[in-house]
Design a protein around this ligand. Structure first.
Ligand SMILES: Nc1ncnc2c1ncn2[C@@H]1O[C@H](COP(=O)(O)OP(=O)(O)OP(=O)(O)O)[C@@H](O)[C@H]1O
Ligand SMILES: [Mg+2]
Length: 714
């Protein structure tokens, strides 16, 4: 029963302040009793004091009314003040509890509650708790009490009238119950719509650069409008149901009013009731009726509060599926290394992102996870970081299952840098010392020096006190990554985990960062994920992932010699020259000769063709090719990543060394898909006219092209 649930939830929140609660309750009793009892004065005034002109009785009644009034006022002020305090304390406790709970959650939690929903629960739903404790519940208590006192007085005055009235009140109360389920459902629906709405506000604000850059305002406005429309539908429904909840008792009360006057009047005509008693009765009846109508208005608020309370309880009751050992083992560092034993993991029930992964990561070495997009590299890293536990198999460090380790210990000794480093809106100092607030200044400086960002920070007017704005928007990509690296180095972690940390950087910055990472080798175990093989040729161990499994492991030399997947990927990424700023790229003729449709064409012809390629450089989120547009260019990806999308659905991801648009070289047909960059991307493009010029000079190219294309299009 949702109303009981609201009472219990609120009581639990206020339990630490039970002394104040008792005082508040006592004050409310005083206030309510005064309001309920004072109409009785009419009976004494009209029936006794006025007809007999008894000034003494009149003065007594008046004095009692004034003294009572003073108590009423005093009690009111005391309870208001106490209530304000208890309420704010309880809400503070709840907010703090929610944040503590959320901070301790693993990734599963965020898959269960998306961002919009969580934001809404932490804001609107907590406000509903606030309103309920400060207003709705005290009001309910007050009105119930007033009703109770009023009813006993009414029975005392005239039981026949009182009985008739109760029958009417039952009707008044019953109506909200009939509508309660409907109201709850409409309110839940509205809340969910609101979650989605908040989610989309977040997307619009976070994605604003992509929206502007890609001229996608129409798309995003379309989505916003659809959201608003369903929010509106849910809003109309919820408003109407709640208005109905209000209206029914009000109308019932009007009817009851008329019945009371009729019945009371008849009793007066039959001399069964004095005029003074009738007026006292009717005044108390009006105020009891007021209480009933107030209660019937409070019920919708309580139903709404019930929905909010439940949504908060859901968050608080969420228990992470991550194993928590009863006696966690300490973790002090990596002595031998990590071992994945037949690890399987899936984000949901249907598909496995990793399956049967077995590998060893040597202590103190640099291990690189490579492989195509979606092959499971980041997933393996997240398991290593214990964001999730494996569904099958185990991950061990020095022979101990990660699940048996103390999580705090383990996290203290791991540092991590992601592709998009999230900086917090505080000072640079705070950002670096994030995991160790209050750490010695010399440690922060040492970490910044190790990340080679110290000098730059010192040169800024505010130094380490420089404010990070817009989550790092006032720093360059390379600077952000260096700050993130310094942040990861604080406390000298034994395990340093890096996920594609250079993929958004220019080639020269990338080289600097790679060199920086090289300098950390030996001191700690480093695991790095990258799809750019050139940056990990020196790694002690390279693990090649394919479709969630480990395809090969070895050093760069060993893997090249093996001639497997790694060698194939290396071949593909090889043969480009890129300037440090990433604005000038060149493809070698030898590399062109390895494209299937240029196979067999003499090198010198391909070399001269290589000069005709033009470099195009885009940020993430740029549409390079639009479906159905005329196609006249062929592209090779020098570095970066693009998504191939048909009707808005991703059908493939292409990366360094991949190519697209080759059909355009020969045939004048429209593009068959959208190509959108998902990372900063450098492309080389060749226009059809230029190829045609070339084929005019070297007819053999055309023959080969036509032959290979015919084969490809079969
Ligand atoms: N949070 C997630 N929820 C659901 N599925 C996910 C999630 N993250 C990854 N996946 C899926 O798991 C698989 C492995 O993804 P993973 O991110 O590990 O690949 P990756 O090798 O790191 O690729 P990339 O180079 O694109 O970063 C993919 O099929 C992906 O769609
Ligand atoms: Mg990844």
């Amino acid at each position: 029963m949702s109303l009981l649930f609201v009472f219990r939830f609120a009581l639990r929140l206020c339990r630490p302040y039970w002394g104040s609660l008792l005082l508040i309750a006592a004050c409310i009793v005083v206030e309510t009793a005064y309001v309920a009892v004072s109409p009785l004065s009419f009976q004494y005034l009209i029936d006794d004091a006025f007809p007999a002109k008894d000034a003494g009785l009149f003065a007594l009644v008046l004095t009692l009314l004034v003294i009572g009034g003073a108590f009423y006022l005093g009690a009111g002020i005391v309870s208001d003040r106490r209530l304000a305090k208890v309420n704010e304390q309880a809400v503070y406790d709840l907010r703090a509890q929610l944040f503590r709970h959320i901070a301790g959650q693993s990734e599963d939690f965020h898959r269960r509650f998306d961002q919009g929903s969580l934001t809404n629960r932490l804001t609107s739903d907590v406000s509903a708790v606030d309103r309920t404790i400060s207003g709705v519940l005290p009001r309910t208590f007050r009105e119930l009490l007033a009703l109770l006192i009023g009813l006993s007085l009414l029975f005392h005055l005239e039981w026949k009238l009182a009985l008739a009235m109760i029958a009417g009140f039952v009707l008044l109360f019953a109506s909200p119950y009939v509508l309660q389920r409907k109201a709850e459902r409409s309110s839940e629906r509205y809340r969910e719509e609101n979650d989605a709405y908040i989610g989309i506000i977040d997307e619009v604000l976070k994605g604003r650069r992509v929206v502007k850059g890609m001229n996608a305002a129409a798309y995003i406005l379309g989505r916003v409008e659809r959201r608003l429309a369903s929010l509106q539908t849910a809003g109309i429904r919820v408003t109407f149901v709640y208005a109905l909840l209000d209206r029914i008792p009000q109308s019932a009360f009007l009817a009851l009013n008329a019945a009371m006057i009729g019945f009371g009047g008849t009793l007066i005509f039959q001399d069964q009731l004095s005029v003074g008693s009738f007026i006292a009765f009717f005044t108390i009846f009006l105020s009891a009726g007021q209480s009933v109508s107030s209660l019937s208005q409070v019920i919708p608020s309580l139903i709404e509060a019930g929905v909010s309370f439940r949504r908060i309880a859901e968050v608080l009751q969420y228990r992470s599926p991550l194993a928590r050992p009863s006696e966690p083992k300490p973790f002090e560092g990596v002595r031998e290394g990590f071992r994945f034993r037949d690890v399987a993991f899936g984000y949901d029930e249907h598909a496995l992102a990793l399956d049967g992964v077995t590998l060893a990561i040597p202590a103190g070495g640099m291990t690189a996870f490579v492989g195509q997009s979606g092959s499971g590299k980041s997933t393996a890293l997240q398991l290593l970081l214990r964001f999730y536990d494996p569904k099958r198999g185990s991950i061990e460090v020095d022979g101990i299952d990660l699940r048996e380790l103390s999580e705090t210990d383990y996290r203290r000794h791991t540092g991590v840098v992601f592709q998009d480093s999230f900086l917090f809106n505080g000072t640079v100092y705070e950002n670096i010392s994030l995991s160790r607030p209050g750490v010695a200044e010399s440690d922060v400086r040492a970490a910044a020096e190790a990340a080679r960002i110290h000098e730059l920070i010192e040169r800024m007017p505010e130094g380490y006190a420089t404010l990070v704005k817009d989550f790092g928007g006032n720093f360059s990509g390379g600077q952000r990554q260096r700050i993130a690296i310094a942040r990861a180095l604080i406390g000298s972690p034994r395990l340093l985990v890096l996920d594609e940390i250079t993929s958004a950087l220019d080639p020269s910055t990338e080289a600097e960062i790679n060199e920086l990472i090289e300098s950390f080798r030996g001191e700690r175990t480093i695991v790095t994920v990258t799809h750019r093989l050139a940056s990990v040729t020196n790694a002690d161990l390279i693990v090649v992932f394919r479709n969630g499994t480990v395809a090969e492991t070895g050093t760069h030399r060993e893997l090249l010699a093996r001639g497997g997947l790694y060698a194939e990927m290396w071949e593909k990424q090889h043969g480009f020259v890129l300037s440090g700023d990433g604005f000038q790229a060149k493809v070698e003729g030898e590399r062109l000769s390895r494209l299937p449709f240029f196979r067999g064409i003499p090198f010198e012809q391909l070399d001269s063709m290589s000069d005709r390629f033009v470099t195009e450089k885009y940020d993430a989120g740029h549409t390079v090719v639009r479906e159905n547009d005329p196609g006249d260019k062929f592209y090779i990806i020098v570095r970066g990543r693009v998504s191939v999308e048909k009707a808005g659905v991703r059908v493939a991801v292409l990366e360094d060394g991949d190519y697209f648009g080759e059909i355009a070289l020969l045939k004048d047909i429209p593009r068959t898909a959208d190509i959108v960059t998902v990372k900063p991307t450098v492309l080389l493009s060749l226009r059809r006219e230029q190829l045609l010029e070339l084929t005019a000079a070297y007819p053999s190219i055309r023959e080969v092209l036509e032959r290979t294309l015919k084969e490809r299009m079969k």
